[in-house]
Design a protein around this ligand. Structure first.
Ligand code: CA
Length: 225
């Protein structure tokens, strides 16, 4: 569950946001001054921090600056005044986005989703392994196979088979190797099941049979090249 910290001193607004976010399935907590908000932000893990600009004890800019020295939790700044200066100083202090009061709850929700999308991609992109062959791509971590931009619907066996070929471009894989890798050494399955699955996979990759993705090496096995 996504956790959102709300640092807002206007009790009614904080309560309203809290209820709306809870309704959307987010877990929330409210702090009503800058100092306790900063403390909460530093000591717990949050997916997003909603931070009011004008706060008692420590203002939003200062809270934001101090969080940023240590953490990169996305911060959505809430400002009452729609002045350019506020926005600039908010973003300068490290906020990821800002929202001007009064705002519609839909706008808040949309901005939250945008922040989650942004952080999701920055988190996943550095370790995302992508295999390519012709117009086929395989996103290893997410187990997604695509032809061009469209996602291929593959069974687990078909996916495993495709993954084997794409990890071994230009290498001829014998039926025995494929069987051992995909069905396991203990398998009772006959090697000709490989031929059946290669046929399934070829149909998925290229239903019209225009492009050769997997070549047959007679008497030996298959190769992607
Ligand atoms: Ca305030």
């Amino acid at each position: 569950m996504r956790r959102i910290l709300i640092i807002e001193d206007e009790k009614n607004l904080a309560r309203f946001i809290e209820l709306e976010l809870a309704y959307e399935g987010y877990e929330t907590e409210v702090c009503s001054d800058g100092r306790s908000g900063l403390n909460k932000a530093m000591t717990q893990k949050w997916d997003v921090i909603l931070l009011d600009l004008m706060l008692p004890e420590l203002n939003g800019i200062e809270v934001c600056r101090r969080i940023r020295q240590v953490k990169d939790t996305p911060i959505l700044m809430i400002t009452a005044r729609d002045s350019v200066l506020d926005k600039v100083s908010g973003l300068d202090s490290g906020a990821d986005d800002y929202l001007v009061k009064p705002f519609a709850i839909e706008e808040l929700l949309a901005r939250l989703r945008a922040l989650f999308r942004r952080t999701d991609t920055t988190l996943s992109s550095p370790k995302m392994t992508v295999l390519n062959f012709k117009d086929i791509t395989l996103e290893v971590e997410s187990h997604i196979a695509k032809k061009g931009d469209s996602v291929l619907t593959l069974t687990k066996r078909e996916y495993d088979l495709l993954s084997m070929f794409m990890s071994n471009i230009n290498i001829v894989l014998t039926r025995e190797v494929l069987l051992n890798k995909i069905w396991g050494y203990e398998s009772e399955v006959e090697t000709n099941v490989i031929d059946v699955y290669v046929r399934y996979l070829r149909n998925k990759l290229d239903p019209l049979g225009n492009t050769v993705y997997i070549e047959t090496v007679r008497g030996i096995g298959y190769v992607m090249r």
